[in-house]
Design a binder for this molecule. Structure first.
Ligand code: M6R
Length: 611
């Protein structure tokens, strides 16, 4: 889950472009960063720093470096702490390498090389790639021959970029498991972990397949398979106006900006599915009839998993289609029984999450039909699935998923309605009514955003001082309790747990005393009386109740809660989309008050590309 980039030109200094690319890749990890270029004498020059890209920028401004070919890296530490010594590029006098992924047999290779007198400077797994490459070059192999030899030795998942001393006209990249894109630009060639980094430099982009490697020269990029055979991989043109807005548009944090983009994002996602004005939905063309599947098997991680849980409620309720939901990291290891007539759906913002990708490949090997629901069009999950549902959230830079989550919910709600209609369970007028409810969501979200000061005060006075916080929800809003707790944990480092409200009496109630805020998600739907009983149980133990619901529900409370967040009264169908925002805002402001790094919380990365 690191980000890598490599750039080769004839004319310009590539350092500013590498730094810009690293900024775009920083979401993949921010433990350390580094770059290497060839100086005018063809010697390798490195600059590395522990911490974020800004620390590397300071290093470079204190000790400038320039070159026409170079590689860069932003790290999420796996092997060895986030020190400068462990920062990439790892190098010898002949070669520098940047690596994303894990080389699983590095200990074995390292022992072998140590026995041959080789010395190591870092604790990383990645350094063996540099040392092996050096050894093969030293033995007289060409960079191309040495690359094939190195790749033959490595096990695990990786994307790599190699820069060679005395070869200002050459960069070599390789991939197995981790993504690598190649870009053809104006008098420039480049490679990188994703289209965000490579796109702004390129007129067209191609993605390497697993076990491909690529030789970049000033003239072209030649992609080869593991046997060395040159191959063509489909390339896509880059829109000449393609630009990534790295600004926060006046917001204090990316997360705040992205939360405010949700009305737009929900509307945009919905509008890709609407046909005509009445409210008829049309899913993208798929190579199978989804509504005829006997079962839907949804696999995902983190926030995307919580979206899948809501999707299960919706799809089972509206389309009467059985749905299984799995955490991708558990899925393959429980020997799942897959229905031959079922369809597997993989939900992921990035489309690159290693566990989810591994689950997709497992399902592929079991002849399942594969559908992805992603926010990144050309991501690995989108490319490897048989069909794709694309959300319109746009790039999300805050590590905490916000607008991507509500876009996923929008797509799942639309999917449930469509399946219900196609399976003859929802009449046309009912379909139009449900779609209208979805179309009203942006307005409701905009209204919730105006309540931010109320939520901010609750965060400051009740949540931020707490050591533990509980979130309770029922039915389709139970996953929102889980999501609320995840948001609070990852952003503010406050311990939080989400529970199905009915479960609290089976154990978690023991945690409740007057120091524990309990956030109760209580829409006034058919389950309202039940959740009120759960709320009373909490109150009887002195817990601080934060009521989240509509006015009608609030008026039914017998006692005043510690705090209340009053939301628009909406049809029960769409309540998960309504509750998503206040739970995000509650966590956001708690983090701001605690002074944590909101956009890049400790130990995390946006895209988790290791298993
Ligand atoms: O890109 P994905 O949706 O596959 O990512 C899954 C999780 O890593 C992600 O949702 C993570 O849990 C977020 N930090 C939650 O805010």
């Amino acid at each position: 889950m690191c980000g890598i980039i490599g750039i080769l030109t004839k004319n310009d200094d590539v350092v500013p472009q590498i730094m810009n690319g690293l900024k775009l890749l920083e979401y993949r990890g921010y433990d350390s960063a580094g770059l290497a270029v060839l100086d005018e004498d063809g010697q390798l020059e490195r600059r590395r720093a522990s911490g974020k890209i800004s620390a590397l920028a300071e290093k470079i401004s204190a000790d400038p470096v320039s070159g026409k070919v170079g590689i860069g890296h932003t790290r999420w530490a796996t092997h060895g702490p986030a020190t400068e010594m462990n920062a990439h590029p790892l190098a010898t006098s002949k070669v520098a390498v940047v690596h994303n992924g894990i080389i699983e047999n590095f200990q074995e290779i390292k022992q072998d090389l140590l026995a041959q007198g080789c010395e190591f400077e870092s604790q990383t797994d990645s350094e063996v790639a540099a040392k092996l490459m050096h050894k093969y070059l030293h033995e007289g192999m060409s960079p191309e021959e040495a690359t094939m030899a190195v790749l033959g030795r490595l096990e695990g998942a990786f994307s790599l970029a190699f820069l060679f001393a005395d070869r200002p006209d050459l960069l070599i990249g390789a991939r197995r498991g981790s993504p690598l894109a190649v870009g053809w630009g104006k008098e420039l060639m480049c490679l990188g972990s994703d289209a965000l980094a490579v796109g702004p430099l390129s007129a067209k982009i191609a993605y390497l397949d697993d076990d491909d490697w690529v030789v970049l020269t000033n003239e072209d990029a030649i992609i080869r398979t593991s046997s060395g055979k040159a191959v063509r991989r489909a390339s896509t043109p880059v829109d000449p106006n393609f630009q990534v807005n790295l600004g926060k548009s006046g917001y204090r944090h990316f997360m705040l900006k992205e939360m405010h983009e949700q009305p737009q994002v929900v509307g945009d996602t919905l509008s890709t599915l609407l046909e005509g004005k009445e409210g008829r939905l049309r899913l993208p063309e798929l190579p199978f009839e989804l509504e005829k599947a006997s079962r839907l098997n949804i696999v995902s991680c983190g926030t995307s998993y919580y979206a899948s849980l809501v999707g299960k409620y919706w799809i089972e309720n509206l389309a009467q289609m059985p749905v299984d939901t799995d955490l991708a990291s558990e899925f393959r290891y429980r020997r799942p029984v897959l229905d031959p007539n079922g369809i597997s759906l993989f939900i992921s913002q990035s489309g690159e999450t290693a566990d989810t990708l591994a689950a997709l490949r497992h399902c592929k090997s079991r002849n399942q039909r594969l559908l992805s629901l992603v926010n990144v069009k050309d991501s690995s999950l989108a490319r490897e699935a048989d069909g794709t549902l694309l959300t319109m959230a746009g790039p999300e830079f805050g590590v905490a998923s916000t607008k991507a989550f509500t876009a996923q919910l929008t797509m799942l709600a639309a999917l449930a309605v469509t399946l219900g209609a196609k399976r003859g369970l929802i009449s046309e007028p009912e379909q139009f009514r449900l779609v209208r409810l979805l179309m009203e969501i942006p307005a409701h979200m905009a209204e919730i955003l105006t309540k931010a000061p109320v939520i901010e005060a609750i965060s400051k006075n009740v949540i931020a001082p707490a050591r533990d916080v509980l979130y309770l929800g029922r039915g389709q809003n139970y996953p929102l309790a889980l999501e609320g707790a995840l948001k609070l944990k990852e952003l503010s480092y406050i311990h939080a747990e989400g529970y199905a409200a009915g479960e609290i009496k089976h154990g978690p109630i023991a945690l409740v005393d007057e120091t524990v805020p309990v956030v109760v998600l209580a829409p006034s739907d058919s389950l309202f009386p039940k959740i009120m009983s759960n709320l009373e149980v909490v109150r009887a133990r002195g817990g601080q109740v934060i009521f989240m619901g509509d006015n009608r529900g609030y008026e039914r409370l017998t006692d005043e809660p510690t705090a209340k967040i009053i939301l628009s009264q909406v049809d029960p169908f769409v309540t998960p989309l309504i509750f998503a925002l206040p739970v995000q805002l509650l966590a956001y402001y708690a983090a701001v008050f605690k002074g944590t790094d909101v956009d890049q919380p400790r130990n995390l990365a946006k895209s988790v590309t290791v298993e």
